[in-house]
Design a protein around this ligand. Structure first.
Ligand SMILES: [Zn+2]
Length: 139
């Protein structure tokens, strides 16, 4: 089997996140400690703000704003070389957390910070679906 650098390493803790992604839902983690209530991403067992342990999964709206991006023209780690150019991005989720992701389907759009985005899902391998973001469609 070819070595791939694009697939997540899942474990019992992150399994709900990947299972939800496969079903088209983006999950984040939210702290329920008094006076906190902060959401975070990537998923952690403890709240990174207050170290509270009362943290649960929550479905994110999937709405985000573009924070920054970089168009990647060369990546020697397989299978990224077959996908260049692609747009690596950091987005601010509506719930607050900042997330590293990929921006897709943005041909012809002038990218700018704050651009409204929405989550989409990309199956990278059988049973492995990752959240990506695209330009938010105006209803
Ligand atoms: Zn907290």
């Amino acid at each position: 089997m070819d070595v791939r650098f694009d697939l997540p390493e899942t474990d019992a803790f992150t399994r709900p996140y990947w299972d939800a992604a496969a079903e088209g839902r983006l999950l984040i983690r939210r702290c329920h400690a008094p006076g906190c209530g902060r959401a975070h991403h990537y998923p952690r067992e403890f709240c990174p703000r207050c170290w509270g342990e009362d943290v649960t999964w929550e479905r994110a709206s999937g709405q985000a704003a573009l924070y920054t991006w970089s168009v990647v023209h060369r990546n020697d780690l397989p299978p990224f070389g077959t996908r260049v150019p692609y747009t690596a991005a950091v987005v601010d989720l509506a719930e607050g957390p900042r997330m590293m992701t990929e921006l897709v389907d943005h041909e012809g759009v002038v990218l700018r910070p704050g651009l409204p985005l929405e989550v989409a899902f990309c199956e990278r391998a059988e049973g492995v679906t990752v959240p990506v973001f695209r330009i938010r469609q105006v209803p």
